[in-house]
Design a protein around this ligand. Structure first.
Ligand code: SAM
Length: 235
């Protein structure tokens, strides 16, 4: 599948797939979107509520590694105050080094083109846990979401699959129910998608669903929180 680098409205790159007519990020700003949806309403929401025990993040669609990079920077910034994180990222079509090297995220966000965290994330071997920071272990997995057989529960899911119109098989009620099952009580799923049917399916899976203001250029996004045992649990 051919992927072309494009520049989004905040100056950050994204990838466009002509065959699917789809982008990896919002054309209104890739970095803005990632910060707003996944960091502000996902990671930060988890951090303000969480106790000090270890935390696990699952990312559906590692892609360019932008979400992983911004997460690693946030953890590094507050390292002595945050729990120890493990970050599992699923991907089926890894991006080649040539393309990764041309993406402008590290330079745009940190001023350093070869920022050590960007390099560490992309150097990390697939399918094995790699320590990126004292408080962060990354495991990039060459695996389809449909084949995920989670070996434990997560606290936060970055649900960053291509849109339901492009990849409906990743947004089925059964997949969303499985996302509910693999979260700890009070676990959080965030996604840029605010489609009514997706929100209803998340609700049916047992989540408490919030429609939040979207990143610049997008009206809404979704955050779904797993109810504590007993409350609203699916029958
Ligand atoms: C919207 S992009 C993700 C963007 C990414 N989070 C980033 O920060 O660049 C969706 C990603 O999901 C991957 N993908 C496609 N089918 C998948 C599947 N069945 N399971 C897991 N990932 C898949 C695509 O290859 C693509 O990299």
């Amino acid at each position: 599948m051919r992927r072309e680098i494009i520049t989004t409205s905040d100056g950050s790159h994204s990838l466009h797939i002509p065959e699917l007519g789809e982008q990896y990020h919002s054309v209104h700003g890739a970095v803005q979107e990632s910060r707003h949806v996944f960091l502000k309403h996902g990671l930060n929401h988890l951090l303000v509520r969480c106790n000090s025990s270890d935390k696990r993040i699952l990312e559906v669609g590692f892609g360019t590694g932008l979400n992983a990079f911004l997460t690693a920077l946030a953890i590094q910034e507050q390292e002595s105050h945050v729990p120890v994180f493990s970050y599992d990222a699923l991907e089926t079509f890894p991006i080649g080094k040539e393309t990764i090297d041309r993406l402008n995220y590290a330079e745009m966000v940190t001023g350093e083109k070869d920022h050590c965290l960007w390099s560490a994330i992309h150097r990390a071997a697939w399918d094995q846990p790699v320590s990126i920071l004292p408080h962060l272990t990354l495991c990039k997995q060459l695996k389809k979401l449909e084949d995920l057989d989670a070996d434990g529960l997560y606290d936060l899911i970055y649900f960053d699959a291509f849109a339901p119109t492009v990849q409906p098989e990743l947004w089925t009620p059964a997949i969303l129910r499985y996302m509910y099952e693999v979260l700890n009580p009070e676990g959080i799923l965030v996604t840029y998608c605010a489609k009514g049917q997706v929100r209803r399916d998340l609700q049916a899976a047992g989540f408490n669903v919030e429609r939040l203001e979207g990143p610049p250029g997008k009206k809404h996004m979704t955050r779904a929180v797993k109810q504590s045992a007993g409350k609203n649990a699916p029958v």
